[in-house]
Design a protein around this ligand. Structure first.
Ligand code: SAH
Length: 221
């Protein structure tokens, strides 16, 4: 299971990963599909080798460009919340980052369309996903607040960077019955919210307080 980059390093062993899975279960993650993905996706491959020994700690870690790889608990919580209301064949993700959340979700859905504004991060994420033979992911270098209208509508939309308010274009690209999960609010006061698009209105559930990097506008090399 261990990639060539870190073979022989105990920090990435099955036992270390199992401890992480146990911790997420203790914190209330129940969906076995999600726990299996946390167990099987080699998180250390998504980060710099210098930090790889900490890859199975339940914490966000830097991935360069002022960005972070999300905390495993949060990735699990968002994935569980997304899958809870039934199948979501087509998913749009805003904020690919290193691609860890993408990799956790990919085999649990049919297609993921993912958008990242920092081109270097997207390039790296693409390579890692390819290395892991994850093939149902479509990447795009774009400002995610415009969504990806050409492939809309989506059964679910996931934001891994926090807007102060969800860009309206994203709700427009959600199918009726679809859900959008996002950290919303200014730094220090964000909440994870699940929106469900009905025939005429959008229902909103607050899932808890969170801390994400902000959704920024424009593109970066
Ligand atoms: N999903 C990642 C977390 C990435 S952190 C994981 O699994 O670890 C959030 C990412 O959102 C960063 O890479 C940041 O560059 C990106 N981002 C911020 N604003 C964005 C925007 N408007 N469009 C697309 N990506 C954006």
């Amino acid at each position: 299971m261990e990639g060539p980059r870190l073979s022989g390093i105990g920090m990435t062993s099955a036992r270390t990963r199992e401890r992480l899975v146990q911790r997420l279960q203790d914190q209330g993650i129940k969906d076995q599909r999600v726990l299996d993905r946390i167990r099987n996706v080699p998180r250390h491959l998504f980060m710099d080798e210098a930090l790889a020994s900490r890859a199975y700690e339940d914490t966000a870690l830097p991935i360069g460009f002022g960005q972070t790889i999300s905390q495993p608990y949060i990735v699990a919580r968002m994935t569980e919340a997304l899958l809870a209301a039934g199948p979501t064949p087509k998913v749009l993700e805003i904020g690919t980052g290193c691609g860890y959340q993408t990799a956790i979700l990919a085999p649990l859905v049919e297609e993921i369309y993912t958008i990242e504004r920092i081109s270097s991060l997207l390039g790296k994420a693409r390579r890692t996903l390819r290395e892991l033979r994850i093939r149902n992911v479509h990447c795009r270098h774009e400002d995610g607040s415009v969504g990806w209208p050409a492939r809309a509508p989506y059964d679910a939309i996931l934001l891994t960077a926090a807007p102060v308010a969800v860009p309206p274009a994203l709700f427009e690209q959600l199918s009726v019955g679809g859900r959008l999960i996002a950290p919303v609010g200014p730094e220090g006061r964000q909440e994870l919210i699940r929106y469900t698009r009905g025939e005429t209105k959008i229902r909103q559930e607050v899932l808890g307080a969170v801390s994400f990097v902000p959704l920024l506008s424009g593109l970066q090399r």
